[in-house]
Design a protein around this ligand. Structure first.
Ligand code: NCD
Length: 339
């Protein structure tokens, strides 16, 4: 072995020992009660705080050289993605690998579900018999992760189901607000765009409500579910200019054209004229407001390039935090006495 590499590995082993001790101290007697994370409501505010405390530590870990840790060696993870994904899938897979978990990927094409007609239930039960410890599931139909979780022993984490929820996105979003603003509660937040088809909004609004934040919801009336204010603590605005005034956080969403949102707006160009976050609209928020987006971004439709690439953008921080947050969540779900 190259002597420099040997030195690096020894240093890293020492750092990892210390890291594990700090992680154990940080967790203390706290733990996650639910086996699964399918809705953000599977977590209490205290449990979310626990995840954020561990995320902070894992942020130190992800920038270290030689980042493989055997914290969860001997466990296995199946990434079961039935819809396209860049961020969620790769961060879960890398997080698993960094923790020493054996990870595999399954998608519809290439499995026996595609041309051989095996059902999703039977596929999940088959994987369960191989004693997978955790299944990360993304599916276009709402309720699928719950349906699978009810039948198998493995923990299920939703990577997003239909228009319903995307709980780990909300975790990384709230962590990003905490990281950038030093606190979660007390911030004024506006969520802009296609709320109706957005599982991101589904989890984000629930999560913000736990921290007593009543987000402002802005978008065209056709893309905001009727009666939203009766179900969640929030305030609906059809004028973005009115909603954006004085906020600390602007959270823009993509129009979900693949979920028929195109039929509910005149044209994408018309939408962007009214709801795209441009520098003039950004200037109406607090001077130190941050701009967030779950990605993928449609530049000049959701965010203007000057805003996306500008100093107030936290979009790339969200990606990095998402990685650290998924490391923390996997560790908390599979570590300790759960194994
Ligand atoms: C989102 C998704 O797929 O739900 N992306 C993500 O996971 N970061 C949002 C979207 O597709 O618009």
């Amino acid at each position: 072995m190259h002597p420099n590499r040997k030195k690096l590995q020894d240093e890293m082993a020492k750092w990892q020992d210390d890291f594990e001790k700090r992680l154990t101290d940080c967790i203390g007697k706290r733990k996650l009660r639910s086996k699964n994370v399918i809705s953000i409501d599977d977590l209490s505010k205290e449990e979310m705080d626990l995840i954020f405390d561990c995320t902070k530590l894992f942020k130190e870990f992800i920038v270290k050289p030689d980042r493989k840790m055997g914290l969860l060696k001997g466990t296995s993870q199946v990434n079961f993605f039935f819809e396209d994904s860049t961020r969620t899938r790769s961060s879960f897979e890398l997080a698993g690998k960094h923790l020493g978990i054996d990870t595999i990927n399954i998608s519809k094409g290439g499995s026996s579900m595609d041309k051989k007609g095996e059902t999703l239930n039977d596929t999940a039960r088959t994987l369960d018999k191989m004693h997978a410890d955790v299944i990360i599931l993304r599916h276009s139909k709402a309720g699928t992760p719950q349906m699978i979780a009810d039948q198998i022993k493995a923990a299920v984490i939703s990577g997003g189901d239909g228009w319903h929820e995307h709980p780990t996105q909300a975790l990384l979003d709230l962590y990003t607000i905490l990281d950038k603003k030093g606190k979660i509660s007390g911030n004024k937040v506006v969520i802009v765009g296609d709320i109706k088809h957005s599982r991101v909004a589904g989890s984000l609004i629930r999560a913000l409500n736990k921290y007593d934040i009543e987000p402002r919801i802005a978008g065209p009336p056709t893309l905001i579910p009727f009666g939203l204010e009766k179900v969640f603590k929030c305030k609906v605005f059809y004028s973005l200019e009115e909603a954006i005034k004085g906020v600390d956080v602007i959270y823009a969403l993509r129009i979900q054209l693949e979920r028929a949102a195109g039929a509910e707006i005149p044209t994408v160009r018309e939408y962007s004229k009214t709801y795209c976050i441009n520098p003039a609209r950004l200037a109406m928020a607090k001077p130190d407001a941050i701009v967030m987006h779950p990605g993928p971004i449609n530049r000049e439709v959701d965010l203007r390039t000057e805003v996306m690439d500008g100093p107030q953008s936290a979009v790339e921080d969200q990606v990095e935090n998402g990685f650290a947050c998924r490391l923390a969540l996997l560790y908390l779900l599979l570590g300790g006495d759960r194994r």
